[in-house]
Design a binder for this molecule. Sequence first.
Ligand code: PGA
Length: 235
Amino acid sequence: KLADLKGLKSGRLRLAVITTAKYFAPEILGSFCEKFPGIEVSLKITNRESIIERMVANEDDLYIFGEPKTAGMEVEATYLAPNPLVIVARNDHPLTQEKRIPLEHLAGENFLLRETGSGIRDSLVRRFQEKGLRPRVRMELGSNEAIKHAIVAGLGLSALSLHSLNLDWGGGRLAMLDVEGFPVDRAWYLVHPKGRELSTLARTFLAFAIEQEPEIRATLNKTYQVLRADKQAIL
Ligand code: PGA
């Protein structure tokens, strides 16, 4: 249809994604813009709470975050890719030598937590709460990057998305701990409010994005194998 083609020639696509999707969103937008060079794209990167606020205020075309059922409004959600959560320590931490560490053993460790409103923070705290525990918070930091630096600086452990630990980062100073219940099996979804019709461009992007799943999974698997002592792949 003519209108459809027009939308792909010069339309505008507004995306808002949780912090961990920034490791993949620019690449995929790059290939998408190559296909549709006339379009204009904006990408907002922020935490789960702010993403949901933006969705309530109808500020973007599409959102990427996890656990869409608990977003507090009716949504349409399409599975995009895995987003596993792992416990990370500096590679000389004594716990890197242990297997199947019960979460209880981490209760005495110093933890670096993301800010309130972060989905990762919620997910980690919930894991502890399920055991009647809470993490001992050494420091709150507003970004995954700052947390990685703080781990390398020896300030404590944290929970991070495997996406934030890709091969380019950390000069090998970060290690994944083998903790019971981890990696937490999470996922990214492409989300928009139910009943709100997507633009042609947004629909085309959604279809394009979900096709990238095998590649995203392969990259994650590589990261996982590098971080695991026994090089086993699970995803
Ligand atoms: P957050 O979400 O930025 O809200 O912590 C990231 C994630 O859930 O992977």
